[in-house]
Design a binder for this molecule. Structure first.
Ligand code: FAD
Length: 792
């Protein structure tokens, strides 16, 4: 008689089939160890294992209090912030008699009276854990469309979009705040990516010493400020300023992307060079919109093309960039310098260490005049700070007198479908992934020109090398790529270099391995992605198997493209074109297609508050969080006693990357089991990952924290044990990353503490679970249901 398969209903069809057929493992091949793999890369395992080297600075807590410093500088040196603009967390913590009214945002149709009434309601009294009846624990994420819930999220979002301006006004009124006159910050240069701008922070009341669990304080904007930014999103503002200044050079937020391949009109004086300003998200020479526009303009005017990259450590600190991502950027820059050099195009790298908000002035008064450039082209970055910076560049460039004028043009490039193009039936932005993804695929299938790739730039004439100004750019050491950026020492650079080879060619080879090869056990961890198995035909292509294998991480089931996409080493168009070739020339819709790259950037564009530390669903802004430093540290280190969480966290620490499923499990665990603020986890991932990307990371965290675009309400709470059985059915992933558990049987691998005897468990040297999941779950349900309250 067949043994029944445990949790069969929760298993993906492929895993179920594998289990039913009695297969030992889901993926072929033999599992190796981390040590073997590091040795196979030609490196010494002792250098990379057993110590916290991943995030650059000292272990754990000490190295990242950038927000507070920023905030303090913001108040004393730059703007002077009215009390009302202090960050939410500071406000709560410092004012014991905190009035919940301050956090209330007007709802649809709220009159002043209605708003006041709700505000007078004050904090609710404490209650018991209520008998709320969540339908399913650990619903398989994305397992169904949940149409009603999706509609509810969409409705909330529509409401928020319609009322952002009203909300802001109401909050301002309700708090007796004065409406500030537009500050220079609003004009463009102030603002932490996401986080509070100097004028949005208040810091002179920030306590001198805080523990890590509180250290997000400088990164959370006041809701009124976030509502103000939502009411006039920085992307709209950039496009508007650009249009008003130079005419219709870039597509507006609401119209389809135009393939701006034509010549850019001359509306400024003709300079002596054309500049393409490369940033951290578009690091490639091929299929690059702004670069191809710049090259076109240079060819049209007979001027040389110069590529500029500005390293801005101030931004990297404020945005929690990982040393790994910075190092990856530098490694790519070195390669790009060579590639461009072969085309007689100088790549100049400037390191700007002054006040990060003054970068536009630096560009327009120092760098561009030195180059005698009157045109600068860039691809739009959708984060708040970056949009404000670019808006300021457009304004300053246009405001300069006479020959000092610079025409700055910023265009869409990063996404296959520009933000704002796709709208729900009601004409509002989509707030739920599945319907958005269906329309996205249909739109691209109907408008294939959006996937046309941009031409490579033509070389500069060789004579540029003799030019007194531009010839020097190839020689002058001032413009070289530095060995490292101060404050971002990447201590595992050698390992990162092996795991994440640089350049578009290599990235495309990695993609080919994914598209034309089967997932295997032995490639799940620390392996050179170029050494992955590739099959002679496409019958076992991982993209074809994506739907069934995407949730399992016992093998190398996903593409490992995220660092390349996050840094723009390949474009979304290039990846989609390759995927399309394997799916009959059409993009497939549906969550299992593995191609939903654009969604969270689209959210960022219409709800910029998400990059200001605010929840997408404001009604969860006052969920009560714990602040237990030890639990936070145990989570960071992978010592929680939950094998799947520990395996994943250790993967993050050693490899600088994680498969999507464990990212979700770890995020859910931090928020719903440890009841720690999702922003702490968001920051930790940014600091650790080589693919750290604000839109995807924030979107992922908010989804898992039920404050984001998940159509399932907050009672989606992952059970780490059953999630473990789904994510690592063979236990291979766990055994690889948690060596203490290597010898543990299949029966006990997901729950060694529960399944082994006391003495068997103690021999492992593995920690006991730091929480009881059932109790944690009840606590989370209570706190989400009763926002603002703690259970008795
Ligand atoms: C809490 C959390 C944090 C995350 N942080 C980041 C991050 O900082 N940077 C990042 O690039 N991705 C992030 N993701 C999304 C996703 O986990 C990674 O993109 C994916 O695991 C990378 O592996 P891959 O390239 O092999 O993905 P594949 O499964 O092969 O997918 C191909 C590409 O599609 C995109 N993609 C796939 N799934 C998602 C998703 N759920 N959300 C957004 N894009 C997706 C990525 O660009 C990815 O490279 C996060 C997800 C969660 C749940």
């Amino acid at each position: 008689m067949k043994t029944p398969i445990k949790n069969a209903a929760k298993l993906t069809p492929a895993i179920l089939k594998a289990k039913q057929s009695g297969a030992q493992g889901r993926f072929p091949g033999t599992l190796r160890t981390m040590e073997d793999d590091i040795r196979a890369l030609g490196l010494d395992p002792a250098k990379f294992l057993g110590q916290d080297i991943g995030r650059g600075g000292a272990t754990g807590l000490g190295n990242r209090n950038t927000g507070a410093g920023e905030a303090r500088r913001g108040v004393k040196g730059e703007t002077g912030v009215p009390d009302a603009e202090r960050t939410e967390i500071d406000h709560k913590r410092e004012n014991k008699a905190f009035e919940p009214a301050a956090e209330v945002i007007a709802l649809d149709g709220d009159s002043d009276e209605g708003l006041n009434e709700r505000m007078r309601g004050g904090r609710r009294t404490k209650g018991k854990v209520s008998a709320i009846a969540p339908t399913e624990e650990d619903v398989h994420p994305e397992s169904a469309d949940h149409v009603d819930a999706a509609n509810a999220v969409q409705k909330e979002s529509d409401k928020a979009v319609r009322n952002a301006a009203v909300d802001h006004a109401a909050v301002v009124r309700s708090k007796g705040m004065k409406r500030r006159a537009p500050s220079p910050g609003e004009g463009g240069v102030a603002g932490a990516e996401g986080h509070a701008t100097p004028s949005e922070k208040n810091s002179d009341r920030v306590p001198k010493k805080r523990k890590d669990a509180y250290e997000i304080h400088g990164k959370v904007a006041h809701p009124a400020n976030a509502a103000r930014v939502d009411a006039d999103p920085p992307l709209d503002r950039l496009l508007r300023v650009q249009r008003e200044t130079w005419g219709n050079v870039a597509p507006s937020l609401n119209s389809p992307v135009k393939r701006g391949k034509g010549k850019i009109e001359e509306v400024v004086g003709r300079g002596e060079a054309v500049v393409y300003w490369m940033r951290m998200q578009d690091m490639r020479v091929v299929d690059n919109h702004a670069l191809s526009l710049a090259a076109n303009q240079a060819a049209h005017t007979g001027l040389p093309l110069v590529v500029l990259f500005v390293l801005t450590p101030g931004d990297y600190k404020a945005h929690d960039r990982s040393p790994r991502r910075i190092d990856f950027c530098l490694r790519n820059l070195r390669l790009l310098k060579k590639l461009l050099d072969a085309k007689n195009i100088p790549l100049i790298v400037d390191t700007y260490t002054d006040n990060r908000f003054h970068l536009p002035q630096h560009l327009l008064t120092d760098i561009l005049p030195r180059l005698k450039a009157t045109h600068v082209f860039g691809n739009i970055e959708y984060e708040v700070d970056e949009l404000r910076r670019d808006t300021e560049v457009v304004k300053l460039g246009a405001a300069a007198d006479g020959t000092g004028k610079v025409k700055a043009v910023f265009v869409h490039d990063r996404l296959a479908v520009a933000p704002g193009v796709l709208k729900s039936g009601k004409g509002t932005p989509y707030a739920v992934y599945s319907p958005w993804q269906r329309q996205w695929a249909a739109y691209l299938n109907n408008n294939p020109e959006n996937l046309e790739e941009y031409p490579e730039p033509a070389p500069n004439p060789a004579a540029i090398r003799q030019h007194p100004v531009y010839g020097e750019l190839f020689q002058d050491g001032r413009w070289n790529v530095p060995d490292e950026v101060g404050g971002f020492q990447c201590r595992d650079r050698e390992l990162m270099d092996k795991l994440w080879p640089v350049g578009t060619d290599k990235a495309l080879q990695v993609l080919d391995k994914f598209l034309h090869g089967q997932a295997r056990h032995e490639h799940l961890g620390l392996v050179d992605p170029l050494q992955q198995h590739q099959d002679p035909d496409d019958s076992s292509s991982r993209i074809k198997d994506y739907a069934s294998s995407r949730n399992s991480c016992d093998g190398n089931s996903s593409s490992r493209m995220s660092p390349y996409l996050a840094s723009g080493i390949v474009s979304a168009r290039m990846v989609l074109n390759k995927a399309k070739a394997l799916t009959g020339g059409k993009l497939e819709s549906g969550r299992d297609s593995g191609i939903g790259i654009d969604f969270y950037n689209h959210v960022l564009a219409f709800a910029p508050r998400v990059s200001m530390g605010r929840p997408f669903l404001e009604q969860f802004s006052d969920v009560q969080w714990e602040t237990d430093e030890n639990k936070l540290q145990a989570w960071k280190d992978g010592r929680t006693g939950f094998p799947i969480v520990d395996a994943a966290q250790r993967q993050a620490n050693i490899m600088g990357w994680m498969h999507n499923r464990p990212r979700m499990i770890c995020a859910s665990f931090l928020v719903k089991d440890l009841m720690l603020d999702w922003r702490l986890g968001e920051r930790f991932f940014m600091e650790s990952f080589i693919d750290g990307d604000l839109a995807a990371n924030n979107g992922g965290w908010q989804w898992c924290a039920s404050t984001g675009t998940d159509p399932q309400p907050y009672f989606r709470i992952f059970n780490p044990k059953s999630q473990s059985e789904t994510a690592s059915p063979d236990g291979a992933y766990i055994r690889y990353w948690v060596p203490e558990l290597r010898g543990v049987s299949d029966k006990a691998i997901h729950d060694p503490y529960g399944k082994l005897t006391k003495s068997e468990f103690e021999k492992l040297g593995y920690p006991k679970p730091i929480v009881d999941h059932a109790k944690s779950r009840a606590r989370a349900l209570f706190r989400y249901k009763n926002v603002g309250e703690r259970e008795e």
